[in-house]
Design a protein around this ligand. Structure first.
Ligand SMILES: [Zn+2]
Length: 177
């Protein structure tokens, strides 16, 4: 039920009424308070403006959530492709050089170079595209992008370490070189 509020013209106390009441006795001073239509309209306008504001925020929220999902998908693809290329390239280079073959120059090394290129170009690109837009303050969170750059950079380094260890294990234990 809608409750309308007005300040008592006599004592200033907060007086509330239901929508179907037009005169209310002030609970503080006992005088009769009339709710006039102009004030009521103004209050309804206030409610309407508030509802519009909430709806706008909800839409902005949904848009930024969708942008975040797309960004995370792109990030996962870049990091996964980078790690996989590095892992396979490392295995080829390690295996071929142990076996004294020269395939690494044509397959392994280019794969590792592409992987490093993905790291050095992909991380800043992803950080710049990070949807760090705050819908409420309507400002881009620049510090958030910089933090994401550092975070992605460190994540990439970690993935290279994991891929190197995996490649070592694959070459030594599985290929038994
Ligand atoms: Zn009063």
């Amino acid at each position: 039920m809608d409750i309308l509020t007005i300040n008592c013209p006599n004592c200033g106390g907060v007086v509330q009424r239901r929508r179907d009441e037009y005169f209310v006795r002030c609970p503080y001073c006992g005088s009769e308070v009339a709710f006039d239509e102009i004030k009521e309209e103004a209050q309804l306008e206030g409610y309407r403006a508030h509802i519009n504001y909430l709806e706008q925020n909800e839409n902005a929220d949904r848009t930024s959530r969708e942008a975040m999902v797309r960004w995370m998908r792109a990030r996962n693809i870049v990091l996964a492709a980078m790690t996989l290329l590095y892992l396979i390239g490392f295995c080829v280079v390690g295996y071929d050089s142990e076996m004294d073959r020269d395939g690494e120059m044509w397959i392994g090394v280019p794969m590792m170079l592409i992987s490093l290129g993905m790291y050095f170009f992909g991380v800043p690109t992803l950080a710049a595209a990070y949807p760090a837009y705050d819908a409420l303050s309507k400002k881009t969170d620049k510090a958030g992008k910089v933090k994401m750059w550092i975070k992605l950079g460190l994540t990439g380094l970690g993935l290279f370490c994991v891929a190197s260890i995996l490649a070592y294990i694959i070459i030594r234990k599985i290929l038994k070189v």
